[in-house]
Ligand binder design. Structure first.
Ligand SMILES: NC(=O)c1ccc[n+]([C@@H]2O[C@H](COP(=O)([O-])OP(=O)(O)OC[C@H]3O[C@@H](n4cnc5c(N)ncnc54)[C@H](O)[C@@H]3O)[C@@H](O)[C@H]2O)c1
Ligand SMILES: O=P([O-])([O-])O[C@@H]1[C@@H](O)[C@H](O)[C@@H](O)[C@H](O)[C@@H]1O
Length: 520
């Protein structure tokens, strides 16, 4: 259901035109510029700008190619799509379980459209219905893995799915075999070598691997008769790549370095470059710096979409919500101890220092914006003590134990200590995020905009900036366009997303002021 109309000829909003192909919206974007003068006083100036948004209503046939298809997340998200598509149920100790998409913001949450004038009640619709989005059941899944294991056996290896479900789809899963992938041992833990039996031959030089991945994308698209392919990295966490002048700082440098087989070019960067050159949106679900400056430059040059980094699944999502609440409540968080142990292969890879360091970075920066925004509680540069510990304990498998302590200053020298024990079934929390990232990235490729102010210089339809910062809600270390500040506050991230979709269909942002309900 589209919020403003039920069919193309009875739009309820004069600013929104519906044809069979497009939605065209005349929108006014309103914001406030705020500047501080030398004395520290702030000048706030409201502004507005007119835009036209054009949304292609035709939902394409969409394929997603997962790098790390045979991993815990890869097997789990694939199984979840199959289970939902078939409407499966299975027995568990707690009784019958049905397939669902819980944990997906798109498939499991709602967006407030407005208020019923008669009752004053909020009117909410399923998030997925705000615009014509691809349904996850219709996604065609494929991808690569350095392990040749078919997905039926890989699901056994992952030990995430209930047997009652897994055994119903074993045949379908077992028919899926990952494509051979790029394996540069230096970038992931040495302990991953034991599973690397499905790797591309030849050296990385002369673009051999880049061209093969590009061909894989083209073959996948044509063999499944797809309109759109997105590529998503859910392979192991890599070490950070050094940023080296002349090697990976510009688009030309990155292409030349790939041709030269430079040792600092990571497999994930080659997948990103291949996707950009094939105009396939690329999303990085891991914490490494796949998007070295040269990759961002190349994506911008090709007007291709990229997003990352690192799925925000359990412990960090909780942290982003809790610290936003505490700091916005005037409670001065002074230390955060963030520990977890897990026993899956991700944890095994992260048991190596260089790979842990990538994760430590993405898990540590998540409170920076909330703290910096509250100059009442924190002096410039001041921030809570924050430690991140991850231990590999095979016994607990994918059921990560996250133990957090938040220690805060409160009124008159008091303290508040919040301890959280959070058993996150990591892959069952991360897999719905993979779907959200793919579905939202895809709809963003079908939205274009132009300015309609009389003085505007941008009169042709444009796409968005190559770095899709709107996807930050699903990501621990959200990428933003160069120079744009990072927002990690979870509530702000979700509000940005929902108000963006309201804007492009001609609705005002939801302010929750509900003024009419407060006037006598
Ligand atoms: N809750 C979560 O599960 C979660 C949350 C945030 C981030 N992540 C990140 O997502 C990634 C995947 O997590 P997972 O639990 O599925 O891990 P996993 O180890 O089970 O799966 C990773 C897969 O990638 C494969 N692989 C490694 N290098 C590859 C390459 N160059 N090309 C193709 N395949 C390659 C491995 O063989 C493995 O099958 C990790 O980087 C992890 O840090 C996971
Ligand atoms: O998203 P989140 O639950 O905070 O973070 C998780 C970490 O706690 C875990 O140690 C790691 O293995 C997962 O890949 C994920 O990054």
């Amino acid at each position: 259901m589209s919020p403003s109309i039920n069919s193309a000829d009875n739009a309820t909003s004069p600013n929104v035109e519906y044809t069979n192909e497009f939605i065209r919206t005349q929108a006014v974007y309103r914001g406030t510029e705020a500047t501080k003068d030398e004395s520290g006083s702030v000048i706030a100036t409201p502004y507005e700008k007119k835009y036209e948004f054009k949304i292609n209503r035709k939902v394409p046939r969409v394929g997603v190619m997962l790098v790390g298809l045979g991993g815990n997340n890869g097997t789990t998200v694939t199984a979840g799509i199959i289970a939902n598509r078939l409407g499966l149920t299975w027995q568990t100790r707690e009784g019958e379980q049905s397939a669902n998409y819980y944990g997906s913001i798109v498939m499991g949450s709602t967006i407030k459209l407005g208020v019923d004038p008669k009752t004053g009640e909020d009117v909410n619709i399923p998030f997925h219905d705000i615009l014509p989005m691809v349904h996850p059941n219709d996604l065609v899944v494929g991808g690569w893995d350095i392990s040749s294991m078919n997905l039926g056996d890989a699901a056994d290896r992952a030990a995430v799915l209930e047997p009652g479900l897994k055994n119903q789809i074993r045949k379908e899963l077992s028919a899926i075999k990952p494509l051979p992938s790029i394996y540069y041992p230096d970038f992931i833990a040495a302990n991953q070598g034991a599973r690397a039996d499905n790797i591309l031959e030849g050296s990385k030089a002369s673009r051999t691997h880049l061209d093969k991945i590009r061909q894989d994308i083209r073959d996948f698209k044509s063999s499944h008769n797809l309109d759109t392919v997105l590529v998503l990295w859910t392979a192991n966490t890599e070490r950070y790549a050094d940023i080296i002048s002349g090697v990976n700082e510009t688009a030309d440098e990155i292409l030349q370095s790939i041709s030269d087989g430079h040792s600092e070019i990571a497999p994930s960067t080659i997948f990103a470059v291949a996707s950009i050159l094939e105009n396939a949106p690329f999303i990085n679900g891991s914490p490494q710096n796949t998007f070295v400056p040269g990759v961002v430059d190349l994506a911008t040059r090709h007007k291709a979409y990229i997003a990352g980094d690192d799925f925000k699944s359990g412990q960090t999502k909780m942290k982003a919500a809790l610290v936003e609440f505490l700091v916005n409540a005037g409670i001065r968080v002074k230390s955060i101890a963030s520990y977890n142990h897990l026993g899956n292969n991700d944890g095994y890879n992260l048991s190596a220092p260089a790979q842990f360091r990538s994760k430590e970075i993405s898990k540590s920066n998540v409170v920076d914006d909330m703290v910096a925004a509250n100059t009442v509680l924190y002096k410039p540069g001041e921030h809570p003590d924050h430690c991140v510990v991850i231990k590999y304990l095979p016994a607990v498998g994918d059921n990560k134990r996250a133990l957090d302590e938040y220690y805060a200053d409160i009124f008159l020298g008091g303290h508040q200590t919040i301890s959280l024990f959070n058993v996150c079934e990591d892959s069952l929390l991360a897999s719905p995020l993979i779907l959200d990232l793919v579905i939202l990235a895809e709809i963003l490729t079908r939205i274009s905009w132009r300015e309609t102010d009389s003085s505007s210089s941008i009169s042709d339809y444009q796409g968005f900036h190559s770095v899709l910062s709107l996807l930050s809600y699903m990501l621990k270390a959200p990428m933003t366009p160069p120079g744009v500040p990072v927002v990690n506050a979870l509530g702000k991230q979700r509000t940005a997303l929902t108000n963006f979709f309201r804007l492009v269909i001609g609705l005002e942002p939801e302010s929750e002021v509900a003024l009419q309900q407060r006037l006598p």
